[in-house]
Design a protein around this ligand. Sequence first.
Ligand SMILES: *Cc1c(COP(=O)(O)O)cnc(C)c1O
Length: 625
Amino acid sequence: MVKKAVILAGGMGSRLRERTKDHPKGFIKIDNLSIVEQSILKLIEAGIETIIIGTGYLSEQYDQLSLKYPQIQCVRNNDYEHTGSMYTLCNLKNHVSEDFLLLESDLIYEKKALGILINHKERDVILASGFTHSNDEVFIETDENNLLVNMSKNSGELKDLHSELTGITKLSIETFKVMCDFAESIFPENKQLDYETALVGISSQRNIYVHKLQDFVWCEIDNEDHLLRAEKYIYPMITLKDKNFPPVKRNVLLNPGPATTTDTVKYAQIVPDICPREEEFGAVMETITGELTRLVANPDNYSCVLFGGSGTAAVESTLSSVIGNDAVLIINNGAYGKRMCQIAKTYNLNYIEYNSSSYEAIDLLSLEQTIQHCSKKISHLCVVHNETTTGLLNDINAIGGLCKKHQIQLIVDAMSSFAAIPIDMDVMNISYLVASSNKNLQAMAGVSFVIARTEDLDNTEHIPARNFYLHLYSQYKYFLETKQMRFTPPVQTLYALKQAIVELNIEGIKRRYERYSKAWEVLINGITQLGLTYLVQKEHQSKIITAIVEPSIETYKFEEMHDYFYRKGYTIYPGKPGIEDTFRIANIGDITCKDMELFITMLENYLRSIGYLPERNEKNGFSKA
Ligand SMILES: *Cc1c(COP(=O)(O)O)cnc(C)c1O
């Protein structure tokens, strides 16, 4: 059992100059505790009895820290200014006589890392993660047995990218000695050698196992960007994962939201009870509104207004609150465009319905002619971004351009595109964007929101209110003044949303859409191979939801197919009536293309079971079950 740890803390942290003027890097605080102390507490909790810190720059601060923890022993590298991390490590030679954990001082990480290394059957183990895209990664190349071959910051230098170095390693005493011998042969020419290079240097003599934890959350804090990312996204994620909640049964939801969520989002709802009128909760909502806005616009000019309610609540709020006596043109090319017409009708708005095919692109010329030839003044235009009815993606950029030309304010229902398809409200000339928590944001149902160009929203103050609870300007103003919603918010759902935003920001919208798109490719190719077709031409699809034409065979019944999948933990979705006979498959949420591959396999089995596809041939090695 490993009882010793070494922390490399000699360096000056020159890329954080202002912060490391008076403190070594490890003394940067997150949540009021220095990151090295957080690491020390995790090491002690994992059963480490001795922690040797290789110090250098401002070593007296580590000496001071060692007074607080009897486990700490500091060993100074007197030449830290001219040497690298391997020199600091070699400097500990006389203090280490057994296997140990090796850590960098500027890391925050999930505590499970330590247990995994301590209990690992191999004695030399590098802990590696999936790709973090932090822009400062050290990539690892391994052989087929997961043994270290090479490491580099430059991915182009490696034959194959296996994983990313985390800076947490277990070393046997023998390997440590070989590393020191290797280093001492290099020092005469280069004292700046870092320990990663030494590890690669000896990897042909010693087997260094690379243990990859795909979802491991960690980060190194080397510059201001890292620190910001660490504080806002990585640290909250680590805090939640360190709580070690038991996994929840995973269902794959292929309906267009609520989507499959991560366990960390589910568990983020378990918080101490709090009155939503407390300042602490106001800060949670303020973080949420700021972050949601930042995803699509500059918060200096745009504001986010939250409501408790499903997505339609925010659509209804916008339509009923921002349109005066002039006309609103509503594009109806699916159920959600139609819904906006129904809302407009309910509120007796002066609305013009523009009908367009639910599976072909909007004819922009004809749309413009409608605007030009309209006898009433059109002040607003409403359109759905991704028409969830069919998966048709409307060209918001072009419609935004038309609106600019004709001085019309654009209202976009981005319910099923927000947080996946990149949106820039300013570039697309969108005045109001509406979305909700439970689709691509991968959070719980119950929060909807409007992101508005603040200037336009301010100008709605004088419009007489048509309703009370959903009045947009009142909700906006009240939050601005009090950091509270007017009426009781879904407290726990908002905590989950905050966590979901953390996870979105770790992944990034662009990569989230890439992940969704990959699953969509698997879906499209899969159904094509099974002889099924989709309604919307590929180039007009959102890659988020697909309307698939139902198999034309009498034995097919959607409900039976649904139950078949439901029993296996997969939820599929019926088509909207009145278009063509379709069923729908969404590929959003915490799913991967592996889930979609499994879905296609099950779909194939189902189609065979109803006789749509021939039974499997014995010669292929399959037999009918
Ligand atoms: C999901 C969705 C909505 C909102 O539906 P709710 O059931 O109210 O959450 C609105 N518009 C579009 C395009 C949607 O996909």
